[in-house]
Design a binder for this molecule. Structure first.
Ligand code: NOJ
Ligand code: CA
Length: 705
């Protein structure tokens, strides 16, 4: 009897808690409100509203597991905690020198109402322009080992919103964006058309990748992504067209499982950024704030920089990565049919070092310097490169000494052709080699299918691989620029040596395929760049007639827009991607690339609309100079920019690099004009952007130039 009373009392307390907590299960900050509730079956659910309008309606949370019953229902709340934070911190490098981290937090502790109950916690954070949540598997009384076969997170939207999307590909982000209502998403159609992508794996016709950018009919902007992706696969989103619902699709491993966890364990954060102003989406620092502070104690060696490279000449077919191509090719009768053209030869590399030194560009990247390129991808071969053996015409010692004498840093290139396993075996050797020859940074690459065979670029194994490489690089004081990686999730806060990545469709597609549409760069900041900086490789000056073998190929921007990209596409590592001779043909325009910083004290998103235009102003690090980049899509655009962010007590000279009359991306991309004008904080500048065009501005106080 006594036992019964105790049980009754306990259940009253529990029920009492649940009722009393219904109101407590809400958190609000500014205009954003998040609600948590267990439904009558004990299913965890949440809702989100913005300015009193629901943007995510009742959405379920939970997991399916191998060899265990699902963790998706039958829960009760054991406790709820609330806390808040409002602090600021300083990034090692970034778009601003100080970042505000302001949130209200709600932690819900759940326990199954069953025999051998398992525990699950969910932490929600509400920020000024968004929400985030993550699952925590606390230490359990029984099994602490979980194989996730599905994460059941939903984002149930309230309408058939306009979406800027790429297919849910497990191996590539290198797509142009399609803009369509959610109901029109067809990932297979796009995948089929994307014949220029090396490896494509899109099993779900209705799955898309994150960051997913959405716009509602009422003009709300919603961005869904994740933060702090560690020891877990990337999340893609399956679109349920009947309900406008999105649900988490985790990238599987070779066995079809999604993730292997040992409690205690925290999943990455699921993020939803929302505003009625598109500029606020680009301004949000929520994803960075959700990542852990730097694990690297001393960071002085991490230095943003610009670089040139023995690279575009290979992309456009003028020279080759492979040394075998260096041999003159003769036909059966001994007649010369093609002359040798290995790009990474000592004399050519020295030419780039001279160019960098002369123009104050910090680094030189050389691709194709090491053996292995004769048969480097498409064959799923394991030991293609050893990362330390130069070709005979690349004199490493001579180049090292020469670069040092010119005060230029060499940037290492480690292409793995997808064989992450052999790279891991070589990592120590490769990084010791970089240290020995003074390489402060490495560009890595993962073209082709992944080895271990059956793994995907975006699965848990590769997530761990990329993080191991970041850690190993940090141990050796080397900065990392990774290509063909999964898209970033703000981890550069934790590993500030992870200075850039590609993980999207870069400018290079203009070299070897039909390229990127003029709107592409107006979408990237709302999608790919939400998680971190992109090595887009801007700065192509010869916009037509550069591709050997295809005279019709061209870049889909004007020259002025290529300059503007140094401001609108944020990266602390920026390539001046064109060949030296093409810069030498336009020294006046190249001046902007020489001057533009790669690290910033402040950033103002002046105006933005995904797919249409972006204008951003940034103030250089430890500098009084401001730089503006304005870009448009295929439509010409006239815009007025108020310079109210300038110091009220100063007057400035603005150098405006603009599209000239008659310029457009298609016929006359190389028409630009450079003007200088005196401005103050009261000035309003009118910029006229050509179709596919842009403008780049440098605004310097009068006394400093
Ligand atoms: C693809 C990278 O994106 C590109 O920059 C590089 O040149 C090639 N792989 C070769 O590694
Ligand atoms: Ca457009």
């Amino acid at each position: 009897m006594i036992k019964k009373i105790v049980v009754l009392l306990l259940s009253i307390t529990t029920t009492g808690n649940v009722i009393a907590q219904t109101n407590k299960n809400e958190v609000t900050l500014n205009q954003v409100k998040l609600g948590f509730a267990l439904n009558p079956n004990g299913v965890p659910t949440y809702t989100v509203s913005y300015k009193d309008k629901v943007i995510i309606q009742n959405s379920s949370l939970g997991f399916k597991l191998a060899d265990q019953r699902p963790m998706d229902a039958g829960f009760e709340i054991t406790n709820i905690e609330k806390t808040a934070k409002n602090e600021s911190w300083k990034p090692v490098w970034g778009e601003t020198n100080t970042i505000q981290n302001h949130y209200e937090e709600l932690t819900v502790h759940l326990k199954e109402k069953s025999e051998k109950p398992r525990l699950l916690d969910i932490i929600f954070r509400v920020f000024e322009n968004g929400i985030a949540f993550r699952y925590i598997f606390p230490k359990q009384t029984e099994l602490n080992y979980f194989i996730i076969t599905d994460e059941l997170t939903e984002f149930n939207l309230t309408g058939d919103h306009k979406a800027f999307w790429i297919p849910g590909d497990y191996d590539s982000n290198e797509y142009i964006y399609t803009t369509s209502p959610l109901s029109q998403i067809d990932a297979w159609k796009v995948q089929k058309a994307a014949t220029d992508i090396a490896v494509r794996t899109v099993p779900d016709q209705f799955a898309v990748q994150t960051p997913l950018m959405l716009k509602t009919a009422e003009g709300l902007y919603i961005n869904i992504h994740e933060a702090a992706l560690i020891n877990y696969p990337a999340m893609q989103l399956h679109v349920n067209k009947a309900t406008n619902g999105l649900s988490s699709n985790l990238v599987p491993d070779a066995l079809g499982n999604k993730a292997y966890l040992h409690a205690p364990f925290s999943t990455p954060w699921r993020t939803v950024i929302v505003s009625d102003k598109a500029a606020d989406i680009l301004d949000s620092k929520m994803i960075l704030n959700l990542n852990e502070p730097s694990v690297i104690a001393e960071t002085e060696w991490i230095k943003p920089m610009k670089f040139v490279g023995v690279w575009w000449e290979m992309q456009t077919g003028k020279s080759t990565w492979s040394y075998a191509e260096n041999m003159d090719k003769v036909d059966r009768n001994g007649k010369l049919i093609a002359s040798g053209k290995h790009g990474a030869n000592t004399a050519n590399v020295k030419k780039y070092i001279d160019f960098a030194a002369k123009n104050g560009i910090g680094g030189v990247l050389v691709e194709g310097w090491n053996t292995g390129w004769e048969d480097w991808f498409g064959n799923w071969k394991e030991e293609v490169f050893d990362f330390v053996t130069p070709y005979p015409d690349f004199d490493l010692k001579e180049i090292t000494v020469y670069a040092q004498s010119k005060n230029v840093k060499m940037i290492m290139h480690n292409e793995t052709s997808g064989s992450a396993s052999s790279y891991e075996r070589q990592l120590d050797t490769a990084f010791c080699f970089m240290n020995k020859f003074n390489y402060p940074a490495v560009k890595t690459g993962y073209v082709g299918k992944i080895i271990p065979r059956g793994e995907h670029h975006d699965g848990q194994w590769m997530v761990n691989h990329f993080n191991r490489v970041n850690q190993k690089a940090a141990d050796h004081k080397v900065m990392i620029d990774v290509h063909e990686a999964m898209r970033p999730t703000g981890l550069h806060r934790t590993y500030p040596n992870f200075i850039a990545s590609e993980a999207g469709r870069g400018n290079e597609y203009n070299a070897f395929s039909n390229g990127n549409a003029p709107e592409h760069e107006t979408i990237l900041p709302f999608t790919r760049l939400m998680g971190g900086p992109m090595d887009y490789t801007p700065g192509i000056f010869k916009l037509k007639g550069y591709a050997s073998g295809d005279p019709g190929r061209q870049v889909h921007t004007t020259l002025a827009k290529q300059l503007a990209l140094y401001v609108t596409l944020y990266s602390p590592l920026q390539m001046a991607a064109d060949c030296p001779e093409n810069y030498e043909a336009h020294p006046d325009a190249f001046q902007f690339i020489k001057d533009v910083p790669t690290d910033w004290d402040d950033t103002k998103i002046i105006e933005a609309e995904p797919g249409d235009y972006i204008t951003i102003a940034r103030k250089g690090k430890n500098s009084q100079a401001w730089y503006i980049g304005a870009i448009t899509d295929e439509n010409a655009r006239k815009t007025k920019i108020a310079l109210s962010f300038l110091d009220k007590d100063k007057s400035y000279i603005a150098t405006v690099y603009a599209d000239a009359k008659g310029a457009d991306w298609k016929e006359h991309p190389e028409l630009y004009k450079i003007t200088k004008t005196k401005v103050t904080s009261a000035s309003v500048l009118t910029l006229e952007l050509a179709p596919g065009g842009g403008a780049a501005l440098e605004i310097v106080p009068v006394d400093s130039k």
